[in-house]
Design a protein around this ligand. Structure first.
Ligand code: MFK
Ligand code: FAD
Length: 498
């Protein structure tokens, strides 16, 4: 009925459509091989992978608790598309690139650019990849040996047959932000040097992982444990046996979530899980947190970029009041505001990726190390919030269609909402920023101002303005504390306000 049908927005090669990304790479990493890898990957995303991403959303994972004969199996059934994402991730080196280091200190930037292109089409597969990358980093930092040697080579493999993903099981019912006092899982030493874990993990994403890193409290002979985060140790556990069945775990249920529905998030009962490595608890897993928080920031920016690419395309196809939306100055002003936010966030996040690449390849100065420590939580907390706002605005730019489920647009907003919650909420990360300022007697902040001065000198203003707003946001509501506890003598706040 009726003669008019609206053309839909068309996804084009996200690499070709991103002048800022291309410009950034040309400036810092001028490599034809890399450029052509991203170009080809961009085509693959449009013609192959984006459809799998939708399939992950429409065919969410299911938990099969018993087999037909009544045996407990706790099998998480994921869509074929989710399986294909795993193979693709290995083939494309989405974790491996960070460890092969073909581009030296710029390898992380390359890897994160590729993930930035992949993320909005990935059906949330970037979540297990973030944790996999974080686990590989922790294992590498602790020294690759014994069973973790095999784990490391699998986590960083390009061969789909060998490739493993990892979980990051920290949160328990009593504490997600405050894992130090909230963790009730007990680790009992065994005679063979391994540990058996007994506890309940309240949020475990990508529960179909092959291994996990998790926290527990080592018990002495009498079963006594040390309270607080000093009592926590880090454990490695292979989650599956050779037939791919979970071992030593009961999956209580899969969570019914606002978004991220493509990916299983379970409640797990760890019961006699055999373990091999004991680490240094919170301090050790902090390596993982740094990297997964960077992944989170990359996902946030890529969500903003994707909604903008689609909104721009739609503005050429949709007309109102006698002309295309692209010819309405007010509509274009809205898109331009989103563009500025996205560009600033991209530059901030890439700067953090650059810093971690320098640190991992031994090129980091003390200033770089300080900046990485300060800007990782700042970028995560700021872009997490920013993505929700920008993507919400993006949905509005499609009018009513932005609210219609099978356009795929509402899922973008649902999935963005988690970015400010997991991997540390906004306030918890704000406190992390303050803690690192306090623990370095303000040195990290001094490094930040030195850095921003050099950015002004090098015309890098978009990154600067976002970074300044980010720090402001991180410090918001905490100024009194800051002045009293840390900043009274040097007066950094006054400096920041200038
Ligand atoms: C698409 C991308 C998706 C990404 C994947 C998402 C999947 C979802 C995965 C999750 O959500 S996993 C769960 C994430 N959970 C959190 O992020 C917990 C949030 N809470 C915090 O971050 C708290 O600040 C923290 C648990 C770290 C506080 O614990 P404590 O024990 O009170 O910390 P404390 O005493 O400040 O620090 C203990 C040690 O850790 C210290 O080292 P030392 O013992 O050597 O002095 C700290 O320096 C170190 N540390 C803490 N935070 C750090 C850090 N080191 C470096 N960076 C940090 N951010
Ligand atoms: P709480 O710590 O109870 O926080 C509640 C509120 O209090 C928040 O607003 C917080 O900002 C605030 N708050 C807490 N402490 C302070 C403070 N000191 N000052 C000011 N405000 C404070 N966890 C895992 O370990 N592994 C996973 O795979 C995983 N996957 C997840 C998947 C999804 C979809 C979601 C939603 C969560 C997942 N989580 C996972 C859990 C997530 O990391 C935690 O929910 C998060 O860290 C917050 O912890 P909490 O839920 O205990 O909230």
């Amino acid at each position: 009925i009726g003669g008019f049908f609206q053309q839909k927005p068309v996804l084009k090669n996200p690499f070709l459509g991103d002048a800022l990304l291309q410009g950034y790479l040309r400036r810092h990493l001028p490599s034809e091989v890399l450029y052509s890898d991203l170009l080809v990957f961009g085509e693959r995303l449009v013609y192959e992978v984006d459809g799998w991403g939708r399939e992950c959303e429409t065919t969410p994972p299911k938990l099969v608790t018993y087999d037909p004969w009544g045996c407990r199996v706790d099998r998480i059934v994921t869509s074929p598309a989710w399986q294909r994402m795993k193979d693709l991730s290995a083939q494309e080196g989405l974790v491996a690139i960070g460890y092969e280091r073909t581009y030296g200190e710029w390898s992380r930037v390359y890897q994160m650019c590729k993930l930035y292109l992949f993320s909005p089409s990935s059906g949330l597969y970037t979540c297990p990849l973030a944790m996999t990358d974080g686990a590989a980093k922790v294992i590498q930092a602790l020294g690759v040996s014994g069973p973790t040697q095999e784990a490391f080579s699998r986590l960083t493999s390009r061969n789909p047959e060998d490739f493993w993903t990892s979980g990051q099981w920290m949160t328990e019912r009593k504490g997600g932000s405050d894992v130090g006092s909230g963790t009730e899982t007990v680790a009992l030493p065994q005679s063979d040097g391994t540990y058996r874990l007994s506890g309940f993990k309240w949020f475990t994403s990508a529960t179909d992982a092959d291994m996990t890193l998790t926290l527990g409290r080592v018990a002495d002979r009498d079963g006594r444990t040390t309270p607080g985060s000093r009592g926590l140790s880090l454990f490695y556990a292979a989650v599956r046996d050779e037939d791919g069945m979970v071992q030593g775990i009961e999956v209580q249920r899969l969570k019914d979530k606002l978004g991220t529905r493509q990916m299983p998030t379970a409640e797990l009962l760890l019961d006699g899980l055999p373990l091999s490595e004991e680490g240094r608890g919170v301090a050790c897993i902090a390596n993982m947190l740094t990297l997964t928080r960077i992944h989170n920031s990359v996902s946030a920016v890529s969500g903003m970029r994707r909604v903008l690419q689609l909104a721009r395309d739609y503005a050429t196809r949709r007309s109102a009041f006698g002309k295309p939306l692209k010819d309405h100055p007010l509509h274009m002003q809205t898109l331009t505001r989103m563009e500025v936010e996205t560009r600033g966030a991209f530059l901030l996040v890439m700067d953090v990726c650059r810093l971690i690449g320098r640190e991992e390849t031994g090129h980091a100065s003390q200033l770089d190390t300080h900046l990485l420590r300060l800007l990782t939580p700042v970028a995560k907390l700021y872009t997490g919030k920013q993505a929700i706002a920008v993507i919400s605005e993006g949905l509005e730019s499609f009018g009513g269609q932005g609210y219609i489920e099978d356009t795929g647009l509402p899922a973008m907003l649902r999935d963005a909402q988690v970015l400010s919650i997991w991997e540390g909420t906004t306030n918890v990360l704000s406190l992390d920023v303050l803690r690192c300022i306090a623990r370095t007697s303000g040195l990290v902040l001094q490094s930040y101002f030195t850095h921003t001065q050099s950015l002004i000198a090098s015309d890098f203003l978009p990154s600067l303005s976002v970074a300044v707003r980010s720090v402001d946001s991180a410090l918001c509501g905490l100024r009194e504390f800051l002045q009293e506890a840390v900043l009274k003598p040097p007066g950094y706040l006054e400096l920041a306000a200038r």
